[in-house]
Design a protein around this ligand. Sequence first.
Ligand SMILES: *[C@@H]1O[C@H](CO)[C@@H](O)[C@H](O)[C@H]1NC(C)=O
Ligand SMILES: *[C@@H]1O[C@H](CO)[C@@H](O)[C@H](O)[C@H]1NC(C)=O
Ligand SMILES: *[C@@H]1O[C@H](CO)[C@@H](O)[C@H](O)[C@H]1NC(C)=O
Length: 509
Amino acid sequence: MTLHIFLLLLLLLLLLLLSPPSRVRAVPAGRHHDYRGALAKSILFFEGQRSGRLPAGGGQRASWRGDSGLSDGAGVGVDLAGGYYDAGDNVKFGFPMAFTATMLAWGVVEFGAQMPSDELRHAAAAVRWATDYLLKTVAQLPDRIFVQVGDPISDHNCWERPEDMDTVRTVYNVSADRPGSEVAGETAAALAAASMVFRSLSDDGYADRLLESARRAFEFADAYKGAYSDDPGLKAGVCPFYCDFDGYQDELLWGAAWLRRATQNDTFLNYIQDNGKTLGAEDNINEFGWDNKHAGLNVLVSKEFLQGQILSLQSYKESADSFMCTLIPESPPSSSPHIEYTPGGLIYKPGGSNMQHVTAISFLLLAYAKYLSETSQTVNCGSMTVGPESLRLQAKKQVDYLLGDNPMNMSYMVGYGDRYPQRIHHRASSLPSIVTHPQFIACKDGSAYYRSSDPNPNPLIGAVVGGPGEDDVYEDDRVDFRKSEPTTYINAPLVGVLAYFVANPNLNS
Ligand SMILES: *[C@@H]1O[C@H](CO)[C@@H](O)[C@H](O)[C@H]1NC(C)=O
Ligand SMILES: *[C@@H]1O[C@H](CO)[C@@H](O)[C@H](O)[C@H]1NC(C)=O
Ligand SMILES: *[C@@H]1O[C@H](CO)[C@@H](O)[C@H](O)[C@H]1NC(C)=O
C-alpha cells in the first residue's frame, strides 16, 4: 500500500468517526435553515398573544384574534387594557411580561442591525405592545405599580377565548407597604432597554418617556425593598405561577445595569459597584430566565468591563466566563457542573417549559460572543480557552435543533418546516376563532376543545412550545402543558438569536 492510499484511508476513517449520528437528520451541508422565515414567524407570534384593542389597517396580521380585556383595570378606575397574555391562558402577569419586553428589546439592541427592515419594524411593534402597557402600570408612581390583571385560579379553571373572557379580572398592585422590587426592577429594565430601541429608531419622544418611567420604577424598587410574594394578598395572585422564588436582588442590579447602558449615567454604575457584592453574592449565578437574572446580568455588565476596563467589574466577567464554561461540554471540570444536554443535544433543565432555557441561553451565548469579539477577548475555562466562535456554534446547535435537526425530525415552532406541534396548550389557538365562530363559548364549554385530539384550528404561527423531554421525545399532547404550552419568554430571546443567524447562516459546524 502506498503512502497516498494509506493516508486516504486514514482520512476516510476519520471522516466516518467525526460524522454526526445518523438518527439526527441534519440540514445537508451547504444548506441551512430558513432563519429569515423563522425570524418573521417568531415575531408574528406576539400578535397572537395580544390583549386589548387590536390595531386596524394591517397592524394585526394574526387576523383570527379579536379585541379582548378592554375593561381591564376599570374595577379600580384605571385603564389597563393592552399588553400580552403570558402563555396559553388569559392572565396578564406583569413580572414575566416585563422580562419578555426586556429580552425583545435586548435582541433589537444587539442584533436589530442584522434584521431585514420590515422585521425590525415588526420587532419594534412587539416591544411597544408591551411597553405601552407597562407605561400604564407605572403611571401612579411613586404610589404604586399595577403588576397583574386576572385571577389565575378563576382563569385556569376555564378553557375560554380571550375575546369571551368573563372570569374575575382582579387587579394587583405593589406599593411602599407591599413592595415588589423584582417586578419593579424588571419593569425598569424593560423600559430602559426599550428606550434604546426607540432611540435607535429616532423616536426620541417615546424613548424619553420610557427612560423617565424606567428611572421612577427603579427608584421605587430600590426605595421599598421586598418580594411581592411575601405579601399574602399578592401571593394568592402571583403564586405558584410567577412567585418570586429567587429573590429580588438580581432585578435591582439588572434594572440598574439597563439604566446604566441606556443612559451611561455613573449613578447606576456606582450602584452596581456598591451593591454587587451584597445583592446576590450567594445566589445561583448560572441561571437566566424570568425569575433569575444573574447570568444575563453578568453578560451585560461584562460588556462594560471588556470595553472600559473598569477593574471593579472584573468579577462579572469571571462569573460570565464560568457560566459559559458550564455550556461547553469539553471544558475542564470546575466548581460549577456542566449543563445537561439531551442525547440529541438540546440544553435541558427540569421543571417544564424547557425551551425558555434553550432560547435565553442561546441569546447569552451570542451576546457574549459579540462583546468578546469586539474586544478581541476569550472565555477562560481553567486550562482551556474558548473563543467567541465556539459560543456561536453552541447557540447554532440549539437553534437548529429547535427548528428541526432533532431525533423527532420536527420543528418546535408552529408553522415552521414540514412537521411542527399541532395541539399546543393555548386557549385562543385551540378554540374556534371569534372570526369564524362569533357565538359565545362559555368557560366549561371549552373543555371539549381542550380534550379533543384534533389539531388546533388556529395555528399560532411562530409559537415555540415548551419542547421535548429529557429523552428528546415530544407527544404533541395539548393537556401536557409542560411540553406543549408556548410562552412569551420562550420567544422573546429567540428573536435576537434568529436575527444573528439571518446575517450569519453559515457558521461552520
Ligand atoms: C392596591 O392593592 C391594595 C391591596 O390589595 C388594595 O387595597 C388597593 O385598593 C389597591 N389599589 C388600587 C388603586 O388598585
Ligand atoms: C444621573 O441619574 C441620577 C439618578 O436618576 C440623576 O439624579 C442625575 O441627574 C443623572 N445625571 C445626569 C448627568 O443626567
Ligand atoms: C427521523 O429521520 C431519520 C432519518 O431520516 C429516521 O431514521 C428516523 O426514524 C426519524 N425519526 C422519527 C421519530 O421519525
